[in-house]
Design a protein around this ligand. Structure first.
Ligand SMILES: [Zn+2]
Length: 377
């Protein structure tokens, strides 16, 4: 028995792959720094990353050739000697296609630059399309957006309803009749581009975290649309959960005598908080709109309080129709959370609506691609 006897056959040769992985990782370190802190000299990048000057110069040269970074000249306050040249992320060098499939009546998409700024938009009507027909509609939307992109496209990001696994397969999305639908694989095959798919609430929380002026202290985004779901970024990472279903708080039962839910159970939070149900409630004959919204906000606060206490969150962002969420509903939820938790849990807590508005999912979908392709988020 010699030490050269393999135990088993690896899937593919490892040595070269590891080297490429290291290079990719080093590149991501530099891009992440430029993304987070803005332009820097090669010396600054070496100091902050711990990489050698030679490695940094080499990687910067490669990224200049790819157009991902650009040289910006010397900083104004340079003193003696040859001033260092600053390097910055070239935010308009590439475009990303971001899709939001969470609405029932339409699929919307945008062409987004590397700074999360929307450059162009397009949408298609769903008209009851389901299954393969709905996948074909997504492909049509991507084709239109790709034609609108004026830069090389870095990849396609998708915020989909339902539970989505890490390979981008939609496990279950009842509205689109998708079950184990390999959406990422089918789009990648059709367009020969990297494709990343995630649940729309997870996509939204990434958008808010990266481009929505949020802090780093624990963020929850609650999406209120046809369905209700949440996404969490804790310690700078998206929370997936044991089976990828973290954040499914829309199906916590809040009323045992309540209405039937899409999940076939009774009285879920979604049955009082989804946008259609809220609209119906407010428009009911004789209803006092603000009081009805406040009542739902109180129930929401009751569901959120233990989550706030358990996670000591910094921000809760409500994302959905502002005319329903921003006002009595948000105020009542905020008040209820504070009444039901210790001051240490709620003192630093901000409860607000998203500054990205309805773009939060398409921008978040672009963040999926930034993170997946460049290691930046
Ligand atoms: Zn339910």
């Amino acid at each position: 028995m010699t030490k050269h006897t393999p135990v088993g056959r690896p899937l593919r040769p490892r040595g070269k792959l590891l080297q490429e992985d290291a290079r990719r990782h080093h590149r991501a370190l530099l891009l992440q720094q430029l993304f987070r802190d803005g332009p820097a000299s090669r010396a600054d990048l070496a100091r902050a990353s711990g990489l050698t000057r030679v490695t940094v110069s080499d990687l910067v040269g490669e990224m200049l050739a790819d157009g991902l970074v650009t040289e910006l000249g010397a900083p104004a306050e340079s003193r003696v000697g040859k001033p260092p040249t600053l390097v910055g992320l070239a935010v308009d060098s590439h475009h990303i296609i971001g899709l939001d499939l969470s609405e029932t009546d339409r699929m919307s998409g945008a062409v987004v630059n590397l700074a999360g700024s929307v450059q162009a938009r397009h949408e298609v009507h769903v008209d009851g399309a389901q299954g393969d027909e709905a996948v074909a509609l997504v492909q049509h939307l991507v084709s239109e957006l790709r034609a609108m992109a004026e830069r090389p496209v870095l990849g396609i990001g998708v915020g989909s309803p339902g539970v989505v696994d890490t390979a981008g397969t939609v496990i279950d999305a009842p509205n689109l009749a998708w079950t184990d639908t390999p959406l990422a694989a089918r789009l990648a095959e059709a367009f020969d581009l990297p494709v990343l798919v995630a649940n729309d609430a997870n996509t939204a929380v990434l958008g808010e975290h990266t481009f929505g002026e949020s802090g780093d202290g624990g963020l929850m985004v609650l999406r209120v649309g046809t369905g209700v779901g949440a996404g969490f970024v804790l310690g700078g990472s998206l929370l997936h959960g044991h089976l990828g279903a973290a954040g499914e708080i829309g199906h916590v039962a809040v009323d045992p005598d309540g209405e039937r839910c899409a999940c076939s159970r009774t009285g879920c939070l979604e049955t009082i908080l989804s946008a259609p149900r809220l609209r119906r409630r407010v428009a009911a004959p004789g209803a006092d709109g603000p009081a009805e919204l406040a009542a739902v906000g109180t129930r929401l606060g009751e569901v959120l309080a233990p989550i706030v206490a358990a996670l000591n969150l910094h921000e809760i962002v409500l994302s959905g129709p502002a005319e329903l969420l921003d006002g009595p509903l948000l105020d009542a939820a905020d008040r209820t959370i504070r009444e039901r938790t210790m001051p240490i849990s709620s003192t630093g807590l901000a409860v607000r609506t998203s500054k990205l508005g309805e773009d939060v999912v398409v921008v978040g979908a672009a963040v999926l691609v930034l993170a997946g392709e460049l290691g930046v988020s």
